[in-house]
Design a protein. Structure first.
Length: 508
């Protein structure tokens, strides 16, 4: 090669052809690599994308006659859904706009799902009464994977009834009486840590409710290494519940499955301690283990037995279903009480009368809990106004008609609860926080704070007990004020204040 030639920039084609002739194998490998990459691109990205688009187009054609807008393929109306979710009016404004435009039943596409939203007492009755097995529960893929196949939330029909019976028993009023002392002591201890400084109520409520439920289910101590390990794993599991379905290290779903496995290992250790007799407790787990070994009752014994994996899946189900909901409800009660001084005064009066009847040194009893009628109305009004679960998801198990719309088997349906709770025809002046709405019985399927029908919340008594006890000690001993005015909502399945409702607290 001459100097002149060396100084000139060789054209790319020249270099490539020289490489071609000198490195025939290289050329072959390169071509193979290119073909391979094209195939990978085609099969990993384009093929699934075409398949998704094809099925999206087919489903959207099916939903054709239902009024509404499906937005962009796959993305649908998710962006406006998410942005309105975080606004103070929350998902209600998304629902309301569409309801005004299309009526009580409308289609949309949110969070990767083509779905039909419906509202009103008639829709509630059809979707929640479970008559003729018209619908089944409709969890996200990630939720199903995290909870496991034998979770109560994944069963239907007779198996669902059996699980509800077994799970409902340890959550019954009679069994909960044994937990009053623990909940009371924990509420007092938690509130004692609230003096001075900034208290993020949501975080505190989260720690309180997790300690209560883990103690009721498996006697986990409220502090110490086991509670900390349990809390960390639980946090990771709950953030995977409605995450992107990517089982890739670093992603929430992958981490959640790993944390679930660690949590199940912890449960296995506790179960074997109980079976060996080295640990005896009187909790939810123990009662199910007794049923499993046939010690509890005679007759029905086979029906009352849960396998270890059914047991673990359902302990996790109760943790997931009962934790965020109770945390959010407790936080909203504290917020709404502060915002409504006359309600706070009336509630404080009820709680003071209860205390005045105590003998020296006594504390809350079960009969005191039964006297908290106004407090219970405040809880209901909180669940109406905040609607911590703004919609309930179902899947049509058969074709049926509702409000003149034909629903087809397999469709994803959502009961828009927030619009029922804010319907002025059902609740006059719905924006007002007014516990007296619950003075007289409401029409069926109008208040759905704990749901209705066969899937109605089995944790209702526990949730109310936790809130009543906590609120009793809070209002009898302390006053509080918010440190920030921010009504933004966390865009998660359970509605909670995004700023965690920071307050400052002083003794009365
Ligand atoms: C204030 C707190 C709570 C609220 C607002 C609440 C609300 C609800 C609602 C609305 C449903 C029905 C959802 C539907 O039909 O799709 C439900 C179901 C459920 N809740 Fe709760 N809940 C609370 C506390 C709890 C607690 C403490 C537990 C457990 C210890 C629990 C366990 C469950 C379970 C397992 C289900 C599913 C029932 C089934 O599918 O048969 N919840 N809850």
């Amino acid at each position: 090669m001459t100097n002149k030639k060396r100084g000139r920039q060789a054209p790319a084609v020249y270099i490539s052809s020289r490489l071609d002739s000198r490195f025939g194998i290289y050329h072959f490998v390169t071509m193979e690599l290119v073909i391979f990459l094209v195939l990978v691109l085609f099969s990993v990205i384009l093929l699934p994308a075409f398949a998704i688009l094809h099925s999206w187009a087919a489903s959207s054609r099916e939903l054709g006659k239902i009024p509404g807008n499906l937005g962009w393929p796959f993305i649908g109306e998710s962006l406006s859904f998410i942005s309105e979710f975080a606004s103070p009016a929350g998902i209600y404004s998304f629902m309301n706009k569409r309801q005004q435009r299309y009526g009580k039943v409308f289609k949309t596409s949110v969070l990767g799902r083509l779905t039909v939203f419906m509202t009103g007492r008639d829709a509630s009755k059809v979707l929640l009464s479970g008559k003729d097995g018209i619908v089944s529960l409709n969890l996200f893929y990630t939720g199903k994977q995290v909870l496991g196949p034998s979770s109560l939330l994944q069963t239907s029909g007779e198996e669902h009834k059996r699980l509800r019976r077994l799970i409902g028993q340890p959550l019954s009023v009679d069994e909960l009486k044994n937990s009053l002392h623990f909940i009371n002591a924990l509420a007092i201890e938690t509130l004692e840590g609230w003096h001075g400084g900034k208290v993020p109520v949501l975080e505190e409520a989260s720690a309180f409710t997790l300690k209560v439920i883990s103690n009721i289910l498996m006697s986990t101590e409220p502090s110490g290494a086991e509670q900390e390990k349990f809390r960390l794993n639980f946090k990771i599991i709950s953030s995977a519940f409605a995450s992107l379905p990517l089982k890739i290290p670093g992603f929430a779903f992958y981490n959640g499955i790993k944390a679930r496995d660690r949590m199940y290992e912890m449960l296995d250790t506790i179960i074997s301690r109980r079976r060996s007799g080295s640990e005896v407790r009187f909790d939810f787990l123990q009662s199910l283990l007794q049923m499993q070994s046939g010690e509890a009752r005679t007759g029905e014994a086979e029906e009352d037995k849960l396998s270890d994996s059914q047991l673990k899946d359902n302990i996790l189900t109760l943790l997931i279903a009962g934790h965020d909901t109770t945390t959010a409800a407790l936080t909203w009660v504290i917020k709404f009480l502060e915002e409504n001084p006359s309600v706070l005064e009336k509630l404080r009066e009820e709680q003071r009368v209860i205390q005045e009847n105590w003998k020296e040194g006594s504390n809350l009893t079960w009969s005191d809990i039964n006297k908290m009628t106004y407090t219970n109305k405040v809880i209901s009004e909180t669940l109406r106004k905040a609607t911590v679960l703004p919609w309930f998801s179902r899947k049509a198990a058969q074709d049926f008609e509702i409000d003149g719309c034909n629903i087809k088997k397999g469709w994803s349906l959502n009961l828009n609860v927030v619009s029922i709770h804010h319907d002025p025809n059902i609740f006059t002046n719905p924006e007002k926080f007014d516990p007296s709405r619950f003075d007289s019985p409401l029409k069926p399927f109008s208040f759905l704070g704990f749901g209705s029908g066969p899937r109605m919340c089995p944790g209702i008594n526990l949730a109310k007990l936790e809130i009543c006890v906590f609120i009793h000690h809070l209002v009898c001993r302390y006053q509080w004020k918010p440190l920030e005015q921010d009504d933004t909502i966390y865009p998660t399945l359970v509605r909670m204040p995004k700023n965690k409702y920071p307050i400052s607290v002083e003794p009365l």
